[in-house]
Design a protein around this ligand. Sequence first.
Ligand code: C2E
Ligand code: CA
Ligand code: CA
Length: 860
Amino acid sequence: MPNDLPPILCSPTNRSSVALTRASLFKFVGLLAGVFLLACCSLVYVAQNLDQAKEVDSAFYTKKAVESLEKSLRSTVKDYAFWGDAYKHLHIEVDPDWAYVRQNVGTTLFTDFGFQGVFVVNDVNRTVYSVVKGERASVEVEQWLEQSIDGILEKAREGAETETPTTTFINVGGVPALVAAAAITPGTDPTVLADDRSSSVLIFVDILDSAKLATIGRDFGVDGLHMATPDDGPLVSGYPLGETGAAGSLHWSPHKPGLQLLALGLPLVGFAALLVCLMTLVILRRTTAAAQALDASYSSLRSSQADLATSEARFRDVVEASSDWVWEMDAGWRFTYLSERFEDVTGLSREAWIGAAMDDLLRTELGTLSQWLSIPNRRPNISVQCRYVDTNGNERITRLSARAMASGGFRGTATDVTEEVEARRRIEFLSQHDALTGLPNRTRLQEFLDGKLKAMPTVEQPLVMLSLDLDRFKPVNDLLGHAAGDLVLNQVSSRLADCVRHGDLVARVGGDEFVLILTDVSSQEEVEALCRRLIETIEQPIQIHEQEVFVSASIGIAMAPNDACEATELLRYADIALYEAKAGGRNTWRFYAGDMNARIIERRRLESDLRFAIKHGELRLHFQPRYRISDGQMVGAEALVRWQHPERGLIPPDTFIPIAEESGLILSLSDWVIDTACRCAARWPEHLFVSVNLSPSEFKRGNLIERVQKALHNSGIAPARVELEITENVMLEDAPGALELMRTLKRLGVRIAMDDFGTGYSSLSYLRSFPFDGLKIDRSFLNNLVGSDDESIIQAIVGLGRALSLTVTAEGIETAEHLTLLKAVSCDEGQGFFLSRPLDTDAFNLLVKARKNTDIKSRV
Ligand code: C2E
Ligand code: CA
Ligand code: CA
């Protein structure tokens, strides 16, 4: 990985970018300083050269000026000296009038030419004519010039022949003066005759004072032309006037362009240097900052380089430590890398699979993996579940996540989720199925039902719901134990499942309650046929530990869309129909009908009415006398409750007792019955007992003992005169509890009779083990009496009762024949419409008083 870094970052140097940048910058500044120095030197050099050139120029022009001055003076003096008139009036005879007054050689020479001195020296070197500063004067020339001019005069006379004037620079009182002298000759004037005397000499003196020198300099472009003074210092350059410079030296202050250049250029260079310095400073700061940033990023890069190595090691550790395997694949969907874990997890060889097509190993639910990976805009954080076959040939499930690589292809991880998926599937199954039977449970039913109802069943293709409840299942559980009960439920479940078609649903929704959903049944006949089949199969004996068990079923039917189109409604209607089926005698089926619902509503109303009735004394007690069959004597009476409804009249107990039992009103109802029955019977003759019916639910709930005790106490009746009738259902619900309760009741002194004997399950064992005093043969035995078989059954029951020392009572004696039969089999006691209908209190009291015990004697 470090090889991926740019080489500069891998260089071993420890110098920071800041140091590097500073060093480079200092070098650059040094270079710049050199350049500036060079520029300065060049400037000075150029300036010097310039100045020197100017100096040379100035010297040249000064010379030219002096020469020009000399030349001009020479020519002027020549004009005046080599002139016949001058010869006549200044040599031959000095005529001041001609010379001065007539302005021939007078004031004008001063005013026009600036000659401060004009002299004429005669042949004996005497000054004969003087004009000083334009004024006639009488001064000797040598006196005025403060020096001898013999040399000049001689030279002037020498030039007479050739008419050549002479000029000389002299110093007059520290001021240079140019003296021009020329011998006065007749010139070209033929009228003037030369004498033989030595020539007179005309002398012009031009005093070069500073003003005049400045003017000359200006005319010749030489600045500050002046006489050298000690202030000028040692003269480097100058122009000596006269031979060996006796007249002094001319000096000038030339305009110094080099100096100017320096004056202008050096500050500029300095300024530029300053500017560059400032800029350098700024650049230094900026580059230092940038370099610092670079250093920071460099050091962070170095540290990230280290981090990279750490993270690579970490990645390797994680890859090998994790249960996932890591894969990479090229653009041709072939594995290019598989981590070591691949072999551990799949058992397959890495070598064999690297280079192999990915699709050959893994497939998704929806297609090949390459198809999935090719989905455009596939979200990279979404994983896909794949299946593959491991080295043992088992199918395994793996969750694959993939990320596209920049170089093409993909890489990612694969997590084995076989167990997880299995567990989830199991949980899902368990959450939707009943653990005991494996049938779908209520949750699954709801789901299935919702799905089917969404598909909109039609009248032609209805959705049929059967609500099925096992009859006589409870006793199996109680008598044979829960394990047997479970076996029965399993048996029933598989029988039910066998009856329906594929696509239908059988669900267990309660202890012995099932719901079947059928989708392929179209006619009512078909449904009825199915119900018949269901009941028949369920009624087949179930073998449990060498014992045959019989159960049956009631079925309620509701259909969509006819009855309802909503799952909860449909379930409710099927339950109502089931209720009706059970009420209709069990072992049968009922289709839901609109009025069933009305009946349910009716029941609700009855229930609330009953609550009111119990409180407000609408209950009545009727008594049905019970006779001893042998002598026809009344031995007691059974108390039978009625409800005197203000609108409906007298309602029989069959209508409201079930409602009272279901709603829990039975306790207060029964309280009233026991209490009233005991009070009434307490007023009867002592030999008459009263028999009171108890509901099985009273055994389960409520403090029966206390209630009975209280009734006995309140009425003051002898407990032996009270009989309690219970059905065998009491024992079926909770046999040990019932036994305990019955023993306690017996200790109170009351008698206990088994009611409705022969209708229930297995009365015999109960009779033996429970403390009964009597049994009442159900009226169905007498009512359905057809042949001698039934007679013998009654006879057997009577015999059984006798064997167990129980008083046997026959119910439902409706005819004389019934009575004859019972007498023939020596049944102990009997009651029935033939003997007496249930009577209200008044009628019963009348009967007791009037007829005494003679009633049935005639009939027996
Ligand atoms: P049950 O205990 O079997 O009561 C006897 C029923 O048979 C009474 O009906 C009675 O009128 C009727 N019966 C009597 N002789 C004949 C006959 O010769 N032929 C026919 N076909 N029927 C006869 P009832 O009074 O309608 O009572 C029905 C059931 O209501 C009773 O059956 C009993 O189980 C229950 N019951 C009545 N009163 C009470 C009560 O106070 N408490 C409780 N828990 N249940 C009661
Ligand atoms: Ca009874
Ligand atoms: Ca009965």
